[in-house]
Write a new protein. Structure first.
Length: 445
């Protein structure tokens, strides 16, 4: 406890760090307050049916990502997910479209252009998603809940929802530039945390009154959650050493300062980004269906709106594996690693420098990414198994990657940045033993 208070004191002494933390907390507070501002013309006292709709199912997950703004008919109801969807499309274009490939190679100017195009695409997505949300709003609420109806309400609310999501995106960018941590990730995390107390209370009430089992089952669930949490930390941190069968071949003989240097390959180099990407894709069917209840859907839309269904979870599992390889390919460049090794006089015993080294590193990266991606996929679909085991839907989301891994990854990244500020100014870090390991750098959110 003494170490904790001493660390807080050190944080307060660093003016830049103190300022960044203050800006971060202030902007997150603005986001949370905006989540409770309902759309003009909607009576917030008559939102019970909308809250019932979002208490479970895929819409419950969407409501969790927005921090409850979806069920509040808030100006921030659509949250940050449209921006993430636009980012996915732009990054995929960076692989297939030569124009975007050129932008990626242009450095800072290219990055600014890509960010601008991502914002434009976000607006386009919002123009389609906002009316779909309003249609669902009309279907769920009685006519007396609307003070304004007709075309005027649709147009004005579409503009407000679009502006609200763009403002949330702007808040995230300001946190990244002026605050601590990655703004977009923190906004997603704070929304998830906001739903945690309500979920715990709902699960406790369910065990006491409905499901049975009492305190014993309730405590057992927390024990299981703890082990999932620890596994999530290991998965997010990854490892800086490769499997034993490759260690002697990948580690060069050259030593620096008496310490043997390892190539920084990780079992999970993509962090939690594959989960966020996969979840953004899985929201598309329910968005196209106008955010309708899965009970009223049929065929393809019904299959991919049932979050406990076989096809939904299989598709999400495969998407997580696919995006893990995709994001690893973006963040880990074997060609650049081979060039850096050559410049620094390093080598891989038994492997020729140049093309052979690139091929060898690519093969090893693919092999060690596979178990990490499979485990990431399993963690992602754990909530479905938790729900089938009788756990309350809202609390079950915290057993899987859609919430737990995001929380773990973002918290570790933020703590790592705070620790870097402390160590840079010759203060003790947050941990007594070793430095905090966050996700890999350049994760984008």
């Amino acid at each position: 406890m003494k170490k904790f208070f001493e660390t807080l004191k050190n944080i307060y002494k660093i003016e830049d760090l103190r300022s960044r933390l203050g800006i971060t907390l202030f902007l997150l507070l603005i986001y949370r307050l905006g989540s409770y501002v309902s759309l003009p013309g909607v009576d917030p006292a008559q939102l019970d049916q909308l809250k019932d709709q979002t208490s479970e199912g895929l819409l419950g997950l969407l409501d969790m990502f927005s921090g409850g703004a979806f069920s509040q008919a808030s100006i921030f109801a659509l949250g940050i997910m449209p921006y993430i969807s636009a980012s996915i499309v732009i990054q995929l274009m960076g692989i297939a479209v030569p124009y975007f490939q050129r932008l990626q190679k242009e450095g800072e100017s290219g990055r600014r252009k890509i960010n601008q195009l991502t914002r434009y695409l976000t607006v386009v997505i919002l123009i389609f998603q906002a009316p779909a949300y309003l249609i669902n709003l009309h279907n769920q609420l009685p006519e007396s809940a609307f003070a304004i109806t007709g075309t005027l309400f649709t147009i004005s609310s579409t503009v407000i929802l679009t502006a609200g999501s763009m403002f949330v995106m702007w808040l995230g960018e300001r946190i990244t530039d002026k605050g601590i941590g990655n703004g977009i990730s923190l906004i997603i995390m704070i929304g998830i945390i906001a739903r945690l107390p309500h979920s715990v209370v709902a699960e406790f009430a369910s065990r006491i009154e409905q499901q049975g089992g009492g305190m014993v089952m309730f405590l057992l669930e927390f024990v299981v959650l703890f082990f999932v949490f620890m596994g999530s930390i290991l998965l997010v941190q990854g490892t800086r050493k490769i499997p034993v069968q490759y260690a002697k071949r990948i580690v060069g003989n050259k030593q620096y300062g008496g310490v043997r240097q390892y190539i920084p390959l990780k079992v999970n180099a993509a962090g939690v980004m594959p989960i966020i990407f996969a979840q953004a894709i899985m929201f598309i069917p329910i968005s196209l269906a106008g955010f309708a209840n899965s009970d009223g859907l049929s065929g393809f839309a019904a299959a991919f709106s049932n979050h406990t269904g076989f096809w939904y979870n299989l598709t999400q599992f495969l998407l997580v594996i696919l995006f893990t390889y995709f994001y690893t390919a973006i963040t880990v460049n074997p060609m650049q690693m081979a060039e850096d090794m050559k410049k620094n006089g390093g080598f891989i015993p038994g492997v020729k420098p140049g093309k052979k080294t690139v091929e060898f590193l690519d093969t090893i990266m693919s092999r060690i990414t596979l178990p990490g991606s499979i485990f990431l996929g399993i963690i992602t679909i754990l909530p479905a198994f938790a729900m089938m085991a009788g756990i309350n839907n809202q609390f079950a989301y915290f057993f899987g990657g859609t919430s737990l891994l995001i929380l773990v990854g973002v918290v570790l990244d933020t703590l790592q940045q705070i620790e870097s500020h402390l160590l840079m100014r010759h203060y003790d870090g947050l941990m007594k033993s070793g430095r905090i390991k966050g996700r890999t750098g350049g994760s984008g959110y």
